[in-house]
Ligand binder design. Structure first.
Ligand SMILES: [Zn+2]
Length: 241
């Protein structure tokens, strides 16, 4: 079965003083049978030096398994076109990482422009913020393809995310670090078409996270969509690529 990991971190982390190397990601992919790997920079690295975005592209030139996502900087610059990015990562914009959203961002006139442009670029953006922030943000969008990581688990209660966004077809969720029961609640309510497999290496491992999805009580056809087809469709990546 074709498997793409839709959520990993690559490169150095300033805040953790560690680094996820290409070799480590390839080792885990080999061990788990993952064919392609979406990579984001670590937030602390991207905030310290925006050049990391370019380094992802350079590394992807060398390692064709990689699928680079652009880290949206605090200037809210949209994903640059024609560079080779397949998506974007929006992470606690101007807030406290993994902890509290900055609600001033929602009043910034640049936000409308960011959303407008991003809808035209039509690439998915992984957005992690508190639930209330995410709710206001998503109300401002029409077609923007949004991926909420961890089924919303780091921004609040996944059930709030599910109840509120189940009717929004442009909102997707990744399975990284989420419990199997919670994943099943999502699948039962919104189907398998808006769920993406992700490991969140180094916070999870590909092997464990993949085992979790493979063990879900659903048919192989549905697993295939979660493991690769939904993401391929989102980023426009053909089967043979
Ligand atoms: Zn992550």
């Amino acid at each position: 079965m074709d498997v793409i990991d839709s959520h990993t971190h690559w490169g150095p982390s300033v805040s953790m003083g560690t680094e996820v190397t290409t070799e480590e990601l390839l080792r885990q992919a080999e061990q788990s049978g993952v064919s392609r790997i979406v990579i984001f920079p670590f937030p602390s690295m991207a905030l310290a030096d925006e050049e990391i975005n370019q380094k992802l592209l350079d590394e992807t030139d060398r390692i064709r398994k990689f699928i680079p996502y652009y880290y949206i900087p605090e200037t809210m610059k949209p994903i640059p076109k024609g560079k080779g990015y397949y998506g974007g990562k929006w992470h606690w914009m101007r807030g406290v990482q993994d902890c509290s959203s900055n609600y001033q961002v929602l009043k910034d006139p640049k936000l409308e422009e960011f959303i407008d442009t991003s809808e035209r670029i039509d690439l998915p953006i992984v957005i992690e913020e508190e639930f209330a922030f995410t709710q206001t943000f998503i109300k401002k969008t029409k077609s923007l393809k949004i991926i909420i990581p961890h089924l919303g688990g780091l921004g609040g209660n996944p059930m709030d995310f599910l109840d509120t966004f189940k009717g929004r077809d442009n909102v997707y969720f990744d399975t990284a670090l989420a419990g199997s029961d919670t994943i099943m609640k999502f699948i039962n309510q919104i189907g398998h078409e808006r769920i993406l497999f992700g490991s969140d290496v180094p916070f999870g491992t590909m092997k464990w996270e993949l085992e979790k999805v493979l063990s879900l009580p659903i048919g192989d056809d549905k697993k295939e969509w979660i493991l690769s087809k939904n993401l391929r469709r989102l980023i426009g990546l053909s089967q043979i690529a």
